[in-house]
Design a protein around this ligand. Sequence first.
Ligand SMILES: Cc1cc2nc3c(=O)[nH]c(=O)nc-3n(C[C@H](O)[C@H](O)[C@H](O)COP(=O)(O)O)c2cc1C
Length: 134
Amino acid sequence: MLQYCYISSARPGQPVDVDEILATSRRNNQQAGLSGLLIFDGRRFLQVLEGEGAAVRSTVERIQADPRHRAIVKLSERRIEAREFGDWAMACNRVADAGDSRNLASTVDALTEGVADANTRALFRSFARIDRAA
Ligand SMILES: Cc1cc2nc3c(=O)[nH]c(=O)nc-3n(C[C@H](O)[C@H](O)[C@H](O)COP(=O)(O)O)c2cc1C
């Protein structure tokens, strides 16, 4: 299996409809046998996707062509023996809780509890704690 991780930035000035991304991704990823996690902190995305190599690659190609984000940077691409993210999930700071980074941090902590790789776990947990006011 392949695990792919990237970071990107939402297009400035264009509100992101996270519910729409979530609904589409749930549907497609389930069908393609993909698991993973997407975090949106109001400005940046961090996503990990895992599953069969061909399914991960074709999904990543589609995501890369999506005009809702830019500056997409691959953080890692590696072979894995077992899934680290059992389900597909998304965590985000919604507009209503903008600034409540504690909420995002605890959600991401819970979602990454079962992640075996310490680096991957640390990456997600520190992303969820970035102080966006800085
Ligand atoms: C940050 C971000 C993450 C996304 N993640 C996924 C994903 O995990 N799976 C997926 O199918 N589409 C994802 N999408 C949406 C795709 O870019 C694309 O719009 C969608 O797959 C098209 O699906 P459809 O042809 O079924 O409408 C994501 C989009 C963005 C902006």
